[in-house]
Write a protein that binds this ligand. Structure first.
Ligand code: G3I
Length: 375
């Protein structure tokens, strides 16, 4: 063999040697990822990698800013597993509307800045909710017209403010808002400060004001037990259809999905199907699954963990396979570690995907299986 013929062979051998060189083998530690990812060799995969839609979780400005070791872990898991965030409490009216005509968006701004820096979407939660009202508003002494003007001013100013921050492509970091949260109480319109001072059609006004403030942001109606209470769901569907017929600018429905390991069961696929059939965006907006709703266990048994995992799997599966791709706004998990959950119940429940050390649980693996379309 002549020297010229050997050159390509030599190059090939050099390349192969370089690739198998230890220095070139990228070892990445799986943190927060599935314990046993399937079908992808040794590459780590995280929640967001299993879905063609956004996977979100909740944050607070304080947590994002904290430099404690625990919070470094939190931010690492957040960055690995998620590409969407929702403020658990910071962007509620009670926090952002401290006194008449006065708005404090500082916590929300910090969250949006973090999202922008880390390529995350922000889902705004929640403009108007009976349960997060500043004290001064509850005891507002002005007329109904003055009350309404306060709400209109707050909604328009807040939506316009959060429309300002854009990502690298020029899209708003805050892509959507829960414009109205929990308008219904079971099958009836909930009596609230807003129905009492503005009237039952306050919901239409909120959506209209929000749209006037930002022509692009996605506006959601958000509620719990959309799966689980068929009568309530029927009311929500009728309301949304009415809003659509009356050109009220609604873009989507948030199904909160605060579930139990054994509830709801057969209603989950039906509910997701019926809400999808509205033709709007669908957000599984606050998913968690209580493992111990009846206080019948004292630690998370393997059996119960498996049942909880199945509930997460079913939910992810039906969302992934039922909602048309162009309507999949995403799935948001309501918390990281069990101890962070509003359903922690002093350590007597374990509702989330990570234990108190951020280790992934069976629920995490179940959720992954559902996202992969396995049931
Ligand atoms: O920040 C104050 C603190 O200063 C004070 O010392 C302490 C005393 O109780 O309260 C703290 O505020 C609490 C806040 O969470 C932050 O921890 C409120 O009392 C408490 O009511 C609030 O609970 C939140 C709840 O909404 C009410 O706003 C939960 O964290 C939050 O997970 C929960 O989320 C709701 C969704 O927004 C809507 N859907 C239902 C879901 C669960 O209730």
């Amino acid at each position: 063999m002549k020297f010229k013929q050997i050159i390509p062979l030599l190059i090939l051998v050099m390349l192969l040697t370089a690739c198998s060189d230890d220095e070139n083998v990228v070892t990445r530690i799986i943190v927060g990822g599935p314990t046993n990812p399937e079908g992808n060799g040794s590459d780590p995969e995280f929640l967001k990698d299993f879905a063609n839609f956004k996977i979100g979780n909740i944050v607070s400005a304080t947590k994002l800013a904290s430099s404690s070791a625990g919070n470094a872990k939190f931010r690492e898991v957040l960055g690995n597993d998620y590409n969407s965030i929702t403020a658990e409490n910071d962007m509620k009216m009670a926090n952002m509307f401290p006194s008449p005509d006065t708005y404090d968006w500082s916590d929300g701004d910090a969250i949006v800045a973090y999202a922008k820096e880390n390529n995350l979407r922000v889902h705004g939660h929640a403009l108007v909710w009976h349960s997060s009202i500043p004290g001064w508003l509850s005891s507002f002494q002005g007329t109904d017209a003055e009350f309404e003007a306060q709400i209109q001013g707050y909604v328009k100013a807040t939506v316009a403010h959060f429309a300002l921050e854009k990502d690298a492509e020029g899209n708003s970091v805050v892509t959507g808002w829960d414009a109205v949260n929990e308008y219904f109480d079971g099958g009836a319109i909930r009596s609230s400060l807003f129905t009492q001072r503005i009237g039952e059609d306050y919901i239409n006004k909120i959506f209209t004001w929000a749209r006037e403030a930002d022509s692009d942001v996605k506006l959601f109606y958000n509620d719990f037990n959309v799966a689980g209470e068929p009568v309530k769901r029927a009311k929500i569907i009728a309301l949304v259809n009415d809003m659509i017929s009356n050109n009220i600018p609604i873009d989507g429905v948030g199904m909160q999905m605060h579930f139990n390991y054994d509830w709801p069961t057969s209603d989950i696929p039906l509910a997701i199907q019926q809400i999808s059939d509205l033709g709007l965006l669908v957000h599984a907006s606050e998913l968690d699954v209580r493992a111990n709703p009846n206080s019948d266990i004292t630690n998370l048994t393997q059996e119960r963990a498996a049942q909880q995992a199945t509930q997460y799997q079913n939910t992810a599966y039906y969302y992934t396979t039922t909602v048309p791709a162009n309507q999949q706004y995403g799935i948001t998990i309501w918390g990281f570690r069990d101890q962070d959950s509003w359903r922690f119940n002093n350590g007597n429940d374990w509702p989330l995907l990570y234990d108190n050390d951020f280790n992934t649980k069976a629920s995490y693996n179940g959720f992954v299986e559902g996202l992969k379309g396995n049931i």
